[in-house]
Design a protein around this ligand. Structure first.
Ligand code: ATP
Length: 353
């Protein structure tokens, strides 16, 4: 039996997760999967109600009793510093050591790209290091608020941390038939961390003789992603560069409403979430695009070894574009619910047709 925890969360989260749930149920039915989906009451409402962000008991049960989780979005204007979002996301990321931030950017519909002549073959997978780098929270602020203020952020890079994300990228390339992995860094200026990343990249890469290795500086990569994104297959990089470049690639391949992501520990647990946030400006209006959340269903199924079911979900997303069943952000007239139901029905039709 496969158990997935659903955390609808805040803003448009509950709306897009409902659509994802419809699709996931049908995918399970069609492929004979014994799937349990449980809703979890975590997010701003819970925090404002009883002060709970993520209790140790909830955290233990989520990671211990479930194979994976699907999160809608966290972030609510009623919680000014969004302390609940930080506690929940960081709490799970650190507790389950979710060191891979996995972000596929595939051009499903060329017309959705802002590029003039997008190559339909554009299909990049980002492996962003998810626990270290400049996001480790190391540093300090001194003489704060004075003219002598000093602010320091330190970039943490460990051999273990670099080795495991680089290895995950090569293993993914091998498993999915991709022929190259690109390392992105700024080794010409950030020499200490660059030296470590480049050495480990060569060392681990030598274990995968069939896979080409390229290294790019982040500034050149930003230009090349716009110029010829189809050149790249698997990209491995640090927390900061991965954050920025994967947003750039997501926009090139269709925008925020479509982009899914996974926070993954390849040895154990994973949390999937759309790249978009809680979008308070459109929450409750029924117009949020559910595709990113549905694409998370595909990632989750693939991660759990259910490749055929995952491919079916991708097909139903593609069909919704081809048939023009899209939400207003993509020029359509469907509501979130209608788009979700259409994809679920399409999946079911494909089962019986
Ligand atoms: P957060 O702080 O939670 O990230 P945000 O509003 O700053 O929230 P997003 O939620 O990512 O950032 O939204 C950015 C813009 O994109 C908003 O105008 C929002 O309405 C739009 N947007 C985001 N997700 C979707 C979606 N699924 N469908 C349609 N529009 C979306």
């Amino acid at each position: 039996m496969v158990r997935i925890a659903l955390i609808p969360g805040d803003g448009i989260g509950p709306e897009v997760v409902r659509a994802a749930k419809d699709v996931m149920r049908v995918a399970a039915e069609k492929h004979g999967l014994d799937l349990t989906l449980d809703d979890w009451d975590l997010g701003a409402d819970r925090y404002l109600r009883d002060g709970t962000t993520l209790s140790p008991e909830d955290r233990d049960r989520l990671v211990g009793d479930y194979d994976a989780a699907l999160l809608g979005a966290l972030g609510d204007p009623r919680v000014p510093d969004n302390v609940h979002a930080r506690d929940i996301l960081l709490g799970l990321r650190l507790f389950a050591d979710l060191y891979v931030n996995y972000r596929p950017c595939k051009l499903l519909v060329p017309a959705l790209s802002p590029l003039r002549n997008p190559d339909p073959a554009t299909d990049i997978v980002f492996f962003r290091e998810n626990t270290e780098g400049l996001y480790a929270g190391m540093g300090g602020s001194f003489k704060t608020g004075t003219a002598d203020e000093i602010a320091i952020e330190e970039s943490l890079n460990t051999y273990k941390g670099v080795e495991r994300i680089v290895r995950a990228a090569f293993e993914h390339a091998l498993a999915t038939g991709r022929t190259s992995v690109t390392l992105v860094d700024k080794a010409n200026v950030l020499a200490y961390e660059g030296g470590l990343w480049r050495r480990v990249f060569a060392e681990v890469g030598s274990e995968f003789p069939g896979i080409d290795r390229n290294a790019m500086y982040v500034d050149a990569m930003a230009m090349d992603l716009v110029r010829r994104p189809q050149r790249y297959e698997v990209v491995v990089t640090s927390n900061l560069f991965g954050d920025i470049l994967s947003d750039l690639a997501a926009q090139i391949t269709g925008g925020l409403g479509l982009a899914p992501s996974g926070n993954i520990n390849p040895q154990s647990w994973a949390l999937f979430e759309p790249v978009h946030g809680s979008a308070p400006d459109i929450a409750g209006k029924g117009i949020a695009n559910p595709v990113a959340a549905v694409a998370c269903v595909s990632l989750a199924l693939g991660h759990l070894g259910m490749e055929e079911a995952a491919a079916d979900v991708d097909d139903c997303i593609r069909a919704s574009f081809e048939e023009g069943v899209t939400t207003p952000d993509l020029g359509g007239t469907a509501t979130t619910r209608e788009a979700g139901r259409w994809m679920a029905a399409r999946l079911l039709d494909a089962a019986t047709g």
